[in-house]
Ligand binder design. Structure first.
Ligand code: DP6
Length: 357
């Protein structure tokens, strides 16, 4: 391939985080609209960097995707669908050839939602490229809202990753400006006890998922408990928002553990049923509960749609939590593998000034 054929006419470069949901999105309808509102915390270290280049060429395919330096076709269907949505937003992108290069800071199948960071970084790049071409400039809030909406069409949880800190997605009477179409960041005074939460992920198994999230969401379509679940998510969100404001850590723990176990109960009571927790997941959970009873420390757990356990706790007790991880919990992790993460500030745009290659 000669260099001239690859002439880049525009380029965008974003790093975007994964997130961990405290109120879970599980069930969707219509065009990627959530059945209930969700709330998550963006992570700091678990990120995807995506570079999108617009290539000047007539005979190039609509896109080429490279993952960690190698041409990768596994995600072609997802990207193709994503770009079709993007063309509806930004018709000027149609007939362009895009080179999409992505890499993650975290290992695949580590129980970290890679679609959230991947789709949000891709959406941010696409919005930036479209914005440069348009004469209709968006302000920052509008830009992120658009990126969130586009990210949502790629993967629901990705809509929340275009912001740092805590964000919510899904219409709720509790939050002004909330929407099923995009996420918004949680714009109120959060009690300082929650200001620097850590998320340490204990890798119980790195086996590929038995069921994709998209298939999982479908199980809610005729789930016998669906109606009650969606109601409970609203209630739990309300309780969590109150706890965030008042600094009630017991209530925070109650809600997020209820959401985690609720998510897995829904999967276990689906038809067909899915059991994604492993014996070691339950062993870790029981030990966390015992440790909390013994010490009174603010440590709790949440789970994604997999067996790995996310430990949530404030940074102020990190050394005590490190001790219990090392002395008791590592034994239940696959190859003693743990990922240390914490609340993050959201996506970063690389420009020629701050670009790190
Ligand atoms: C359990 O966002 O991965 O992590 O919209 O089909 O891509 P799609 O699903 P996805 O679902 C995430 C489910 C969850 C809970 C959450 O992040 O809220």
């Amino acid at each position: 391939m000669n260099k001239q054929e690859e002439k880049i006419i525009r380029k965008a470069d974003w790093t975007s985080p994964s997130n961990i949901a405290f109120i879970k999105y599980w069930g969707k309808c219509g065009n990627q609209l959530p059945s209930n509102p969700s709330l998550s915390m963006s992570l700091k270290n678990s990120t995807t960097r995506t570079i999108v280049s617009v290539i000047e060429s007539r005979d190039k395919p609509a896109f080429q995707f490279f993952f960690e330096g190698f041409k990768e076709s596994t995600f072609d269907k997802k990207i193709d669908l994503f770009l079709k949505n993007a063309y509806n937003f930004f018709p000027s992108l149609q007939n362009k050839s895009l080179k999409i290069e992505s890499c993650n800071t975290f290992p695949h199948s580590a129980g970290i939602a890679s679609s959230a960071s991947a789709m949000s970084s891709l959406a941010l790049c696409i919005c930036e490229i479209a914005e440069e071409k348009s004469s209709n400039y968006l302000n920052d809030a509008e830009f992120y809202r658009k990126a969130s909406e586009l990210a949502r069409l790629g993967s629901g949880s990705a809509s929340r990753s275009v912001y740092g800190g805590f964000s919510t997605w899904g219409k709720t009477s509790l939050l002004e400006n909330s929407s099923d179409e995009w996420a918004t960041f949680l714009d109120f005074d959060i009690h300082p006890v929650f200001s620097k939460l850590n998320d340490t992920i204990l890798i119980v198994s790195s086996e590929p998922k038995k069921i994709s999230s998209s298939e999982g969401h479908q199980l809610m379509n005729n789930h016998p408990y669906a109606k009650e679940r969606f109601k409970l998510a609203h209630k739990n969100l309300e309780c969590l928002l109150k706890a965030f404001q008042s600094g009630d850590t017991e209530e925070f723990i109650r809600v997020i553990e209820n959401e985690a176990l609720g998510l897995h109960s829904l999967m276990m009571s689906s038809d067909p049923a899915f059991i994604l927790v492993k014996p070691h997941t339950l062993e870790i959970i029981n030990r966390i509960i015992d440790f909390r009873k013994k010490t009174g420390l603010f440590l709790c757990f949440t789970l994604d749609a997999g067996p790995n356990v996310h430990l949530i706790y404030p940074d102020s007790i990190k050394s005590k939590i490190t001790d219990i991880i090392n002395s008791e919990l590592l034994a239940f992790c696959e190859n003693r593998k743990v990922i240390w993460d914490e609340i993050g500030e959201g996506p970063v745009r690389f420009t020629s000034e701050n670009v790190k290659i």
